[in-house]
Design a protein around this ligand. Structure first.
Ligand code: PGA
Length: 243
């Protein structure tokens, strides 16, 4: 049985005051599933203290693939690990599209995260155009190929996030999501049948309290990566309860 996981991707949102309120609110709500919050990296220390001793885990949204050195403005996986991050998101479509991260960078980051003993949450997803052209599976396979070949698949979490669903309110139907999740699990199975049974595949893209249950009813959907709805206690908790 794969343990359900819901990850809050705060993106570039938050403040010292808002973070404290949000975390206190989440701690007050009991949860049977694994919950992880990924604040902007400047707030990792603050949030690490806030979640200390609770059942909420800490994650980071992004790191550089190098460990240290003259890379102005960057932070490394070992640094965020030192602050207590147990997960790091890699290959989010916003990073791929807006910060020029290609498959090679995403692989290096995944390896750096594993090297810091942290679990990568590796994101893949097709654009609207790719879906319309019938290239969804081809796109996902290309994004995943290096990771499937080079990375220990029992040590990572995967996330399917269709680009057209992120921040748009246009959530994938449970059937659309389940079909891609199944496809991803089959790709993993080709390399490692054992890992295919245990690897957790999250769905992300406009998940909210209303649509979460339908998604989580599908066998291959093991949790969610949540953006907008992770910024409010009630919304995030509704998703966690649906899981
Ligand atoms: P969204 O973002 O929930 O706001 O659509 C999801 C994500 O980008 O991880």
């Amino acid at each position: 049985m794969r343990k359900r996981l819901v990850v809050a991707n705060w993106k570039m949102n938050g403040s010292i005051e808002a973070n404290a309120q949000l975390i206190r609110g989440l701690i007050d709500k009991s949860s049977k599933i694994e919950r992880v919050v990924c604040p902007p990296s400047v707030y990792l220390s603050q949030v690490a203290e806030l979640v200390n001793g609770s059942n909420i885990g800490l994650g980071a949204q992004n790191v550089d693939w190098r460990e240290s050195g003259a890379y102005t403005g960057e932070v490394s996986a070992v640094m965020v690990a030192e602050l207590g991050a147990r997960y790091i998101i890699v290959g989010h479509s916003e990073r791929r599209a807006m910060f020029g991260e290609d498959v090679e960078t995403c692989l290096k980051k995944t390896q750096a995260v594993l090297g810091a003993n942290v679990t990568p949450i590796f994101c893949v997803g097709e654009s609207k155009q790719q879906r319309d052209e019938g290239k969804t599976e081809q796109t996902i396979e290309a994004q995943l190929a290096d990771v499937i070949r080079d990375v220990p698949l029992d040590k990572i979490v995967l996330a399917y996030e269709p680009v057209w669903a992120i921040g748009t309110g246009d959530v994938a139907t449970p059937e659309q999501a389940a079909s891609v999740h199944q496809f991803i699990r089959e790709l993993v199975a080709k390399r490692s049948p054992g890992a295919a049974k245990t690897v957790r595949i999250l769905y992300g893209g406009s998940v909210n309290g209303g649509n979460a249950r339908g998604l989580f009813e599908k066998d291959d959907i093991d949790g969610a990566l949540v953006g907008g709805a992770s910024l409010k206690v009630e919304d995030f908790s509704a998703i966690c309860n649906a899981v």
